[in-house]
Design a binder for this molecule. Structure first.
Ligand code: PHE
Length: 520
C-alpha cells in the first residue's frame, strides 16, 4: 500500500490567503493581555516614558522574535514538534513542551472568557449590585478558601460549556473555515466595538484626568531595570511569540508569501490595539476616580480585578453603563476567543502531524478532553485559585522559559539563523541579516533571561500571592515542570512512516515537495 502517495494523505490545512493569515495572527496576538494587562503595565512603569522601553522591546525583540517563529513554521511547514524535528531530530521535545504549555493555557483561558460572557449579561441589569467584589467572589464564583473543592458552580459551568461548544466547532471546521473565518469576521467587530467603547469613555467626565495619569512621563523610570523587564515581558506575551502559535500559523501560509512584511503588520496592529485599550481603560478610570472622589492610582488595577471589580463599579456609576458593559465584556470575549483557538491549534496540529489524523478526528481528540479538564477544574468553587496559580507559573516558567531555551538552541547549538534568514529573504520585503542575528541570538535571550531570573528570585523570596506551599508546588511548579517532562516523553514516540522528516525545501524535488506538504 503506498501510503506515502500525496493523494492518499490528508490535507494538513492552509489559510486561503496571506490576508486570512494576518487576521488570524492578529486574532491571536490581540487578547486579554492587550485590554487588561497593557494599560496597567504602562501606567505602573513610567506612564508616557514607558513608550521608550516599549518601542525598543517591540522593534528590538518582539518583531525579530516573531520573524524567527514565522521562519521556523514557514520553512519546515509543520506544527511546532514537526518543525523542530525537521530542523534537527533532537530538538523535537521543544515543540512538545510548547504544546503542553498551550494545552494548559487553553483550559484556563476558556474560563476567563466564560466569566466575561456571563458578565456581559450581568451588565444589562448591573446584577452585581452595590458590592461588585463580594458579588464576584461570593455570589458568582462562590470561591472558598484556597484549596481544592469539587462543588460545582452552575453559573460558571453553563457559560464555560458554551465557550467550549463554540471552540470545538471552530477547531473541527479547520484552519481556513474555522480559525480563518472566525478571525476574518470577528476582528473587525472587535475593532468597531472597542473603538465605540473608547469614544464613550473619552466623553465621560474626568476622562482627561485618567489620560493624564496614564501618559504623564516619569522619566526616572527609565533607569530602573524592572521597567525594561516589564516592557519586554509585555511584548513577548502580547505578540504570542515563542510558544508555538506563530510557528503553527506560519506553517499554513502559502510558500510565496512575504512573511517579514506580514510580521510588521501584525506587530504594529497589535501595539496599536494595545494603545487604544490604554486610552479607553484610563479614560474610564479617570471618570470613576472623579465620580468617587478618589485619585486615579486608588482605582487603577489590572487583570481580573480591573475587569470583574473595577469595571462593574464603573458601569454602575456611568450614564448608559449597560452599553459600556456590553461593549467591554463583549470585547473581552471576542479578543479571548480568537486567542484561545490559536493556542489550541498548536495542540491540534501537533497531534494531527504526529498521528497523521484527519482534521475532525484530531480536533475532537484534542478539544473534547481539553473541554472536560477545563470544565472539571474551573467550574468548581476552587476554580479561581487554580486559575490564578497556573496562569502565574505558566506565564513565567512556561512561556518565557521555553522561549529562551528554544531560541538559544536554534541560534547557538544548531546555528540555524542564517538558513532561516535566507528562507525569509527569498520573498520577504524586509531583508534580514547581521542585525537580526545579533538581536535574536543575543539581545532577546538576554532580555528573557533577565526577566526570568527576576521573577524566579521574587517567587523564591515570597510564595506567590500567599498561597499554601502544596498548592504552589503541585499546580505551579508542578505544571511548569510537568510540561517539560511531557515534552521529552512525547518526543520519544515515533513518527508515522508516511511523515517525511526532511525539510520540504531541502528535498531534491523541493518545488513539488512544498506543494505536497500543502495537500498533506
Ligand atoms: N497574546 C495574547 C494577549 O495579549 C495572549 C495570549 C496568551 C494568547 C496566551 C494566546 C495564548 O492577550
Amino acid at each position: 500500500m503506498s501510503t506515502a502517495e500525496p493523494t492518499t494523505r490528508r490535507r494538513r490545512g492552509a489559510f486561503s490567503s496571506r490576508k486570512v493569515f494576518i487576521f488570524a495572527a492578529i486574532g491571536s496576538a490581540v487578547g486579554l493581555g492587550n485590554i487588561w494587562r497593557f494599560p496597567y503595565v504602562a501606567y505602573e512603569n513610567g506612564g508616557g516614558a514607558f513608550m521608550i522601553p516599549y518601542l525598543v522591546a517591540l522593534l528590538g525583540a518582539g518583531l525579530p522574535f516573531l520573524l524567527l517563529d514565522y521562519a521556523l513554521g514557514h520553512k519546515y511547514r509543520g506544527s511546532a514538534p514537526l518543525s523542530f524535528a525537521r530542523l534537527r531530530r533532537g530538538a523535537e521535545s521543544l515543540g512538545w513542551w510548547q504544546v503542553g504549555i498551550c494545552f494548559l493555557i487553553a483550559i484556563y483561558y476558556a474560563a476567563i472568557i466564560a466569566w466575561a460572557l456571563r458578565y456581559m449579561i450581568f451588565s444589562v441589569d448591573e446584577a452585581w449590585g452595590a458590592k461588585p467584589e463580594e458579588f464576584l467572589f461570593e455570589t458568582f464564583l462562590q470561591a472558598g478558601d484556597p484549596g481544592i473543592d469539587t462543588t460545582i458552580v452552575v453559573g460558571v459551568l453553563v457559560p464555560l460549556a458554551i465557550v467550549w461548544g463554540v471552540v470545538v466547532l471552530v477547531m473541527a471546521l479547520g484552519v481556513e473555515k474555522g480559525i480563518g473565518k472566525l478571525s476574518l469576521y470577528f476582528i473587525p467587530v472587535l475593532v468597531v466595538a472597542f473603538a465605540a467603547l473608547v469614544v464613550r469613555a473619552l466623553t465621560l467626565d474626568g476622562a482627561a484626568t485618567g489620560l493624564d495619569a496614564l501618559f504623564t512621563p516619569h522619566w526616572a523610570a527609565l533607569t530602573e531595570p524592572g521597567v525594561w523587564g516589564a516592557a519586554f515581558g509585555q511584548i513577548f506575551f502580547s505578540l504570542s511569540i515563542g510558544f508555538g502559535v506563530m510557528i503553527t500559523y506560519a506553517s499554513y501560509v502559502d510558500e510565496d508569501s512575504d512573511m517579514s512584511g506580514a510580521g510588521m503588520v501584525v506587530g504594529f496592529a497589535n501595539s496599536g490595539f494595545e494603545l487604544l485599550a490604554g486610552i479607553g481603560v484610563f479614560a474610564a478610570l479617570g471618570f470613576m476616580a472623579q465620580a468617587q472622589g478618589m485619585a486615579v492610582d486608588e482605582v487603577a488595577a489590572d487583570g481580573l480585578g480591573l475587569a470583574f471589580v473595577v469595571f462593574p463599579t464603573l458601569i454602575s456609576e456611568a450614564p448608559a453603563g449597560a452599553l459600556i458593559g456590553v461593549l467591554f465584556f463583549g470585547s473581552l470575549v471576542i479578543a479571548g476567543l480568537t486567542s484561545l483557538v490559536s493556542v489550541l491549534e498548536v495542540v491540534v496540529s501537533a497531534v494531527r502531524d504526529k498521528l497523521e489524523l484527519g482534521r475532525v478526528t484530531a480536533a475532537l481528540a484534542v478539544s473534547v478532553p481539553a473541554a472536560v479538564v477545563s470544565l472539571v477544574l474551573f467550574s468548581t468553587t476552587s476554580g479561581v485559585h487554580v486559575l490564578d496559580i497556573i496562569d502565574h507559573f505558566i506565564n513565567q516558567y512556561g512561556i518565557l522559559l521555553v522561549a529562551v531555551v528554544s531560541m538559544l538552541v536554534v541560534a547557538w547549538s544548531l546555528r540555524a539563523l542564517p538558513d532561516l534568514a535566507d528562507h525569509l529573504n527569498r520573498t520577504g520585503s524586509l531583508k534580514l541579516g547581521r542585525t537580526w542575528f545579533l538581536l535574536v541570538g543575543i539581545l532577546v535571550p538576554a532580555a528573557l533571561t533577565y526577566i526570568l531570573v527576576d521573577a524566579l528570585v521574587a517567587d523564591i523570596k515570597e510564595p506567590y500571592a500567599g498561597y499554601p506551599g502544596w498548592m504552589l508546588g503541585w499546580l505551579g511548579w508542578g505544571a511548569a515542570g510537568g510540561v517539560i517532562v511531557l515534552g521529552v516523553v512525547l518526543s520519544r514516540l515515533p513518527w508515522r512512516p508516511e511523515t517525511p522528516l526532511t525539510a520540504p525545501y531541502d528535498r531534491p524535488d523541493a518545488d513539488q515537495a512544498v506543494k505536497k506538504e500543502e495537500i498533506r
